[in-house]
Design a protein. Sequence first.
Length: 223
Amino acid sequence: MNDIRLVVFDMAGTTVRDAGQVADSFVSALKEHGYEISEEELTAVRGASKKEGVARLIPEGPDSEQKAASVYETFRKNLEDRYRLDAAAPVEGAEEVFRWLRSLGVLVALNTGFDRDITGLLISALGWDSGIVDAVVCGDDVDEGRPAPFLIFKAMKATGIEDVLRVANVGDTSRDLEAGQSAGVRWNIGVLSGAHDRGRLESAPHTHILPSIASLPSLFDGI
């Protein structure tokens, strides 16, 4: 533990329980605008910036940017409505892990493909707006989302950590793990509590695969 100074966690599916709100809101927004997507297409954009994910699925054309912006705004509204109706809840053990890490002097950051408004709604609903984590980085805080490393780098800057070999990255999608590899983190940990199954996570770059972040302390103790 003396080597790790910062753990960067994804949100939906990793630290926030995924009850289908994100996928359902995403698919329904596209459908409302006349776009049908397959399960494979949905899986492929899980973990990406939601704005970038929408843009990838809109056919190219003279007004594709405007259409993508309209779909994204519908997605935001749908997701906000879903979270208000079906209250956000943490993954079991998440808050205990945050407290355990911080008691050891390890900083905790959250990073997400959600924009700041949706993230703020989630953070407030979870009661994580004070004294729970050290930094929160959102999709609209960086120029490019996962698998680029910039969310992780932004979390490092926000917490004053300069050495990627003192950073662990934790997420539930292959894009989370690809971002960790791009950043060059010391530990790149996949969890099975969210969007992607073991096969998909194992095919992505990783150092460990865990059932959920609740297993993180035992992993650290064993190293």
